[in-house]
Design a protein around this ligand. Sequence first.
Ligand SMILES: Cc1ncc(COP(=O)(O)OP(=O)(O)O)c(N)n1
Ligand SMILES: Cc1ncsc1CCOP(=O)(O)O
Ligand SMILES: [Mg+2]
Length: 221
Amino acid sequence: MSRWRPAHALCLVTDAALCGPRGVLAVVDAAVRGGVGMVQLREKTQDSRDFVERARALKALLAGRGVPLVINDRLDIALLCGADGVHVGQRDVSVDDVRRWLPDAIVGLSIESPMQLARVPAGVDYLGASPVFATATKADAAPALGLAGLAALKAATDLPLIAIGGIHAGNAAEVLRHGADGLAVVSAICAAEDPLTAAASLSACLAAQRQLSRPDRREDR
Ligand SMILES: Cc1ncc(COP(=O)(O)OP(=O)(O)O)c(N)n1
Ligand SMILES: Cc1ncsc1CCOP(=O)(O)O
Ligand SMILES: [Mg+2]
């Protein structure tokens, strides 16, 4: 298991097409300056050689900034670039296989329904609650969980939940109130005119939630 904890983390999941001519690295650099605390490199169309090259460049960009790099789907790319973690879905390489090669890495697993919680293997650091809202970014996304579905997941697991799908600064606070420990976004940052400001707005929502959940602020004390 990794020592990294996703509580109140803002995760940027990259999409090269949405980053446009600015490029993924420039968008990530701005987003990290705006408060992104984890970056997931998600490449669905690139060939393997370009994927590794981009992963190594991102790893170098993030080095020394305390921001872990997680690779979507591809254990081989994670090994080749020295990534900090891997995010897998229900039909990707198994968590057990990731753990065999990366015993100390961050491992995230997507969860699309409460039923899938019954089959979460040991060795998972966080669950990606996916998708909370409908999204045009992932064509093959499962039906939206909704806020009630997110809350049901939260009630049924002790693992940290990172919510993803249709999240932006306008609904982030509500998502956090319904049990998300962290937020993952693609278009809210990659497609933003100003990724630094977009990340800062989302980061402010997480900071506000962090304040509210401080033990000395809880009303039930
Ligand atoms: C944080 C986070 N949660 C869920 C996902 C979705 O992963 P997956 O279901 O494997 O789908 P793809 O991203 O591979 O299309 C994610 N990437 N990140
Ligand atoms: C990768 C992924 N996994 C579940 S939904 C999603 C896409 C989320 O994109 P957006 O933040 O633009 O809705
Ligand atoms: Mg996947």
